[in-house]
Design a protein around this ligand. Structure first.
Ligand code: NAD
Length: 270
């Protein structure tokens, strides 16, 4: 990976995760700066990873080759407009991880056509197992794309979106899905507790069952999930009885509708 000067605007969970990933993959800490008006998180991150920190977004952006916009979406307009006069952005690669803001709006915020890549990470990035969807504006070079891809690969895997609207599919499939799985885990834990296990035991049982299922699926190469399901289901057996309940409740259709609702909401928010 090329070692460019990177400025993170925002010192929240996501910025922290990406910085941690970069440094653990050998990216030079001296080439990373984190900016935030609130010193507590910013200085903690700076100290932990030996990177630079500042409360001066303009100064950080001026000296950076790559700017990672990592503030909340509702702060984005104000933060970008304050940077507009800071520097010549044609020399900078701008990456944004904010949800719900289309690429063209950043050109308006900055008053110029940017070399911009939208990135949609998910929370497992915090433990290096994220999935990020990336979409590049036409102004972005292959070299810039490669850089952004490698940056996000430091916290997991990546997938490119050819059209910007595909970012909303990524939101439904990987961005929001940790919550789908947590809901399932929550429901299983509740039933385990009703069966007499204490909270800790129930949590462990559910976590280990999911962890083992994912590990098993990964160990089987490209084998279909449906085949894996069939392999644990004997006709008339306990698993078959349990699955019948899921089918009676139209689980596959509910999942598809839930994912479509996430896409619809993402489109509405733009
Ligand atoms: P967060 O609230 O943890 O962090 C936001 C940071 O921005 C804070 O450090 C805050 O001090 C800083 N900030 C506020 N005003 C600022 C300013 N004027 N200049 C510089 N910094 C400023 O948020 P987060 O969870 O890290 O999310 C950051 C972005 O990532 C959001 O846009 C969110 O949509 C996106 N995102 C988050 C997740 C996630 O799971 N956390 C997933 C995908 C995308």
């Amino acid at each position: 990976m090329q070692h460019r000067e990177i400025a993170f605007i925002g010192a929240g969970n996501m910025a922290h995760a990406i910085i941690a990933g970069l440094v653990s993959h050998g990216y030079p800490a001296s080439k990373i700066t984190v900016c935030s008006p609130t010193p507590v998180r910013r200085d903690k991150i700076a100290e932990q990873y030996g990177i630079n920190s500042t409360n001066d977004n303009v100064a950080a952006v001026k000296q950076a080759d790559v700017i990672v916009l990592a503030v909340k979406p509702q702060m984005m307009k104000e933060v970008c407009e304050a940077l507009q006069q800071a520097t010549d952005f044609s020399e900078k690669l701008v990456l944004t991880i904010a949800a719900g803001i289309p690429a063209h709006r950043y050109n308006t915020y900055f008053g110029q056509e940017l070399r911009l890549i939208r990135i949609m990470p998910n929370t497992p990035s915090l433990v290096g197992k994220g999935v990020s969807g990336l979409f590049a504006q036409d102004t972005v070079s292959e070299q810039d794309k490669q850089f952004a891809q490698e940056l996000m690969q430091s916290v997991g895997s990546t997938i490119w979106c050819v059209k910007e609207q595909e970012i909303n599919n990524v939101i439904a499939i990987t961005g929001s899905s940790p919550a789908y799985f947590f809901l399932f885990m929550e429901a299983m834990q509740q039933k385990a507790e009703q069966l007499g296990y204490d909270e800790k035991q129930a949590r462990e049982l559910v976590l280990n069952a999911i962890d083992g299922s994912v590990a098993l699926a990964k160990s089987q190469g490209d084998i279909a999930f449906s085949t894996l399901r069939e392999q644990v289901t004997s006709k008339g057996g306990t698993t078959a009885m349990a699955l019948e309940q899921f089918y009676n409740g139209n689980l596959p259709q509910t999942v598809a509708q839930a994912m479509q609702s996430a896409i619809d909401r993402a489109e509405e928010m733009e």
